[in-house]
Design a protein around this ligand. Structure first.
Ligand code: CA
Ligand code: CA
Ligand code: CA
Length: 369
């Protein structure tokens, strides 16, 4: 199925009685850097002018279903919600940006009720942003995409988000277009809690965004050797991690494993999206980590590859057989006979540099039973 966005946009835009807005020439429009889109002032408030279409590019970090309940008609103020993060992939850029949709925009006091999506309209909209309009590919984490944001978005609680400015007129739509399938997730930036907390357990905020939470916002990070100290360990719950000096909130995704299994005990590694969502501090605090892959009871890592290919809670000969199939050496993509490339990376690319090599084997051996 080929989706003709331009036609739909033009017809519906006219039907809704809006002045005909010229569709941007997306091909010639320059990319906006995530670092520019996310710029803030000294109070942490966004400064990027949100008055013209923008085009961003980067690597998709998550499936929305790992974060938010997207089932049409979900109870709640906004009903169903949808969100993906896109991380910068250009050398001069950093960080990343969230793209967001909600079903019941009509519940906002500034909107009439008819701004809400019906269940059918919602499903169509989610279908549209989760598939490449040309190839109809269902987007996967690790795909490189282009975001074409007409509205182009809103600043909220510390981040500038691509959205429809909470209006369902297609004139405010954003599109997601495939640039490269299956490149693989970016290697998470290895940080410590001392990079984002100041030793008195306060968030480090730097308005230049060269350090502290702003530097990592919207990107994948890794923190090794922390413990869970305070725990509402459940799907969609938030736990507190500590390195013994500072603490940090870790928001868990919607995976069933967070309900099925007990939290890991002792020093663990974390791979998560570095997020900010602060309703009280004006954007200078409220940082958190958001885990977007399910927990498989491995006991040593949350949010990253654990080696348990067959997801039976143990690393055994069956997993090793798949590891051997996936291993192709340094700096090349896996070329498995029996698995998919992304399944190989999800299970065995422990250092998340997109290959399966002897470095990964060393980690596999450490956890083999
Ligand atoms: Ca921010
Ligand atoms: Ca296993
Ligand atoms: Ca690797």
């Amino acid at each position: 199925m080929k989706r003709n966005i331009v036609t739909a946009f033009t017809v519906l835009g006219l039907a809704a009685g809006h002045l005909f807005a010229v569709e941007p020439d997306w091909g010639s429009l320059a990319y906006t850097a995530h670092s520019a889109y996310q710029a803030v002032d000294g109070s942490g408030t966004g400064t990027f002018p949100l008055d013209a279409p923008v085009k961003l590019r980067g690597v998709l970090l998550n499936r929305s279903a790992a974060m938010l309940n997207g089932t049409a008609g979900t109870p709640g103020f906004l009903g169903a919600q949808w969100q993906v993060y896109v991380q910068a992939d250009q050398p001069s850029d950093f960080g990343g940006t969230a793209c967001y949709l909600g079903q019941y925009y009509g519940n906002f006091p500034f909107n009439p009720p008819e701004e809400s999506y019906s269940d059918a309209e919602w499903n169509d909209e989610v279908d549209r942003v989760t598939h490449d309009p040309d190839s109809d590919r269902l987007f996967q984490p690790g795909d490189v995409v282009e975001i074409r944001a007409r509205a182009p978005g809103l600043f909220f609680n510390g981040k500038t988000n691509v959205n429809e400015q909470h209006l369902k007129d297609p004139e405010f739509d954003f599109d997601i277009v495939l640039l490269e399938a299956d490149r693989g997730l970016p290697t998470p930036t290895l940080i410590t809690l001392a990079d984002v907390k100041d030793g008195s357990d306060d968030f480090i905020f730097d308005a230049t965004r060269a350090s502290g939470g702003e530097q990592y916002q919207g990107s994948l990070v890794r923190i090794n050797g922390v413990e869970i100290v305070e725990s509402t360990w459940s799907a969609d719950g938030t736990v507190t991690i500590t390195d013994g000096v500072n603490t940090f909130p870790l928001k868990l995704g919607l995976g069933a494993g967070f309900d099925l299994y007990a939290p890991p005990v002792g020093p663990i590694d974390i791979v998560a999206i570095f997020d900010q969502e602060d309703g009280t501090s004006g954007g200078i605090a409220g940082y958190r980590l958001w885990v977007t892959r399910d927990y498989d009871d491995n006991g040593w890592i949350v949010g990253g590859p654990s080696g348990d290919f067959d997801a039976d809670g143990a690393l055994t000969d069956a997993d090793y057989a798949m590891f051997a199939d996936c291993m192709a050496g340094p700096s090349v993509a896996p070329a498995p006979a029996f698995a998919s490339i992304s399944a190989c990376r999800e299970a065995f690319d422990f250092d998340m540099d997109r290959d399966i090599d002897l470095d990964d084997f060393a980690t596999f051996q450490e956890h083999f039973e």
